[in-house]
Each structure stands twice: as C-alpha cells, then as structure tokens.
Design a protein around this ligand. Structure first.
Ligand code: GDP
Length: 296
C-alpha cells in the first residue's frame, strides 16, 4: 500500500535527519520536497497547500529548532498532520442507532467495488451480531443482481428477491417491509452505478434516499483512481449529502491521493476500507495508523 509514497517520504526524512541541527532553511527545503511528494501522489493541490502551511507553522517554532531531535520533531508533526488530514480525532464509526430495519445505502460509480463491498459489509455487520438483508437495487444490470445473489449465497446471507426492470425505489420499500416482517435489523442497499455521473442516476439515488431515509449513505470510492475518486465523491456528496466514504482497493498500489484528499475535499469521513477481493477484507479506518503506515 502506498509503497511509492512511503519511499519518497523516507528519502525526504533521511536528508532531514542527516542535518543534525536544523535551520529554518532546512525545514523549508524539506517542506518543498514534501509538497512535491504529495502532488506526485495525486493529492489535491489545495489540500497540499493547506497541509504544508499547517506543518510549516508548527515546525518553524523555536521549540522544534532548539530541541535535541529537531528532525524527529518535524517528522512527528508531519505524521500528526497527515492523520488529521484523514480525519483523526473525528467520529467515523458506522451509525446504525435507529429503529430497525436500519437502511444503509451504498452508492458510487460502476467498478468502484460497490457490490463486493455490500457483501463485505453484510459479513462485517453479522460479525457484530446484526442480521442484515442484502438488497439488489441495480435493476439495469441483471449481472449486478446475480452477483449480489452469488455473494449472499457464499456468505449465507439472504438477498432480497428483486427482478431486473422493477422500480428501484419500490424494491427498496418492499425490502424494508420484508425485513421488518422477517426479523432483519439492517438493509444493505446496492444501488445502480454508471461509468460516469448522470442526472438520471442521481435522480434515482435521491428518490431512494428520500423514501428510505438511510441512516448511512456511504460513497464507495476506488482508491486506485486518485483525484478522480475525489471529484466524483464531491458531486455525489453535493447531491446526496453522504454520511461517509468506503475506500476500496487499498491493497493495490494506489498512489495515496484519494486517501489523503477525500475527507478534506468532501468534509465526510472515511469510515471503512477495502483491502482485497475476499469477503473478510473490510476494516474500520484509523487515520493515525494509516499515517504511520504511509510514513513507513
Ligand atoms: P461495482 O460495479 O461497483 O459493484 O464493483 P464490483 O463490486 O463488481 O467490483 C469491481 C471489481 O473490484 C471486482 O473485480 C472486485 O473483486 C474488485 N474489488 C472490490 N473491492 C476490492 C478491494 O478492496 N480490493 C481489490 N483488490 N479488489 C476489489
């Protein structure tokens, strides 16, 4: 994960440590390099600008320059600010505290990993003693419904029996009734995705949201697509007011731009991360641990 980014940070810090005592100019130079490293990792340029300014403000202080291990102090500041950028200190728990069945809506572009993530989330919640029902609401691609049914069978988790061509809002409403009657406490809605955002898709997602009032609306973002994921997340958020992000494919060699920018740009927390194709490869997101990993 983020190997390239980690390597580059290591090189910057090695140089910084090599100075022994640090001057303000040493720190400025290191920050110029950090800026380039982040831009190369496809982090949004405004996010980079604010990040470097925040580190600079803390690192140029006399306490750092006079300390016995100034390089160490600067590195610590970078780590803390990276964690803060990804939401450290903010609430990012899934919030399912509502009267069951609690609807959880997943949305995102085709290929981001939505259907896979629905299955992973169902397993994740079952391990927390919840009883989820999977709901295929992508009626445009029969393959998507089949894919979710296959996932459900594999996990032993029931999939609501929707048919291609039915109205997705109706499917979700019926699934909610079915869940209430059959003791399911959580609905996981697998909504339609497209290759690109279009008005019709957004209109449909808004109708599902308005009818079901999901407790969580989670945008599924492919970490491999860098800033594109961030731009798409921003427009989904503007239309749907999402409650959080699930970042998928972090097991691949993503450059880091999505992980580092998405919270700052959308203002919404990363709640979960996908770390593989297997059904148990879904974890809670910990900004501090991620920052630590990035810095190696
Ligand atoms: P959807 O079109 O958004 O529903 O996407 P899918 O769930 O069909 O996933 C698209 C592809 O991404 C599939 O091949 C998945 O196995 C893969 N995928 C999903 N999540 C992850 C992940 O966290 N890591 C990896 N390596 N692959 C993933």
């Amino acid at each position: 994960m983020f190997d390239n980014l980690t390597e580059k940070f290591e090189a910057v810090f090695k140089k910084l440590r090599g100075h022994g005592r640090l001057t303000e100019e040493n720190i400025q130079e290191a920050l110029r390099e950090v800026r380039l490293v982040l831009l190369e990792a496809d982090v949004n340029f405004r996010v980079v600008k604010d990040f470097v300014a925040a580190v600079r403000e803390r690192a140029i202080g006399q306490d750092v320059l006079k300390s016995l291990t100034p390089a160490q102090q600067v590195i610590k500041i970078v780590r803390e600010e990276l964690a803060r950028l990804m939401g450290e200190g903010e609430e990012n728990d899934l919030d399912l505290a509502a009267r069951p069945p609690v609807p959880v809506m997943l949305c995102g572009l085709q290929g981001a990993g939505k259907t896979t993530t629905c299955g992973k989330l169902a397993l994740y919640l079952r391990r927390q003693k919840r009883n989820p029902l999977l709901v295929p609401a992508d009626i445009y691609r029969p393959a998507a419904i089949e894919q979710l049914k296959t996932v459900g069978r594999q996990l032993g988790i029931e999939v609501f029996d929707s048919q291609p061509g039915e109205d997705p809002v109706r499917i979700c409403e019926q699934a909610r009734e079915y869940a209430a009657l059959n003791g399911f406490d959580t609905l996981i809605l697998d909504t339609a995705g497209r290759l690109h955002i279009d008005e019709e898709l957004m209109g449909e997602l808004v109708r599902i949201r308005d009818s079901l009032e999901p407790r969580e609306i989670l945008f599924v973002a492919d970490a491999m697509t860098g800033q594109d994921a961030v731009t798409v997340a921003d427009s989904f958020n503007q239309q749907l007011d999402v409650t959080g992000v699930i970042l998928t494919k972090l097991d691949g060699d993503a450059r880091g731009g999505a992980a580092l920018s998405i919270r700052a740009v959308t203002g919404k927390p990363i709640k979960l991360v996908g770390l593989g194709e297997k059904m148990d490869a879904l974890e809670r997101f910990h900004p501090d641990r991620m920052a630590q990993r990035i810095l190696g």
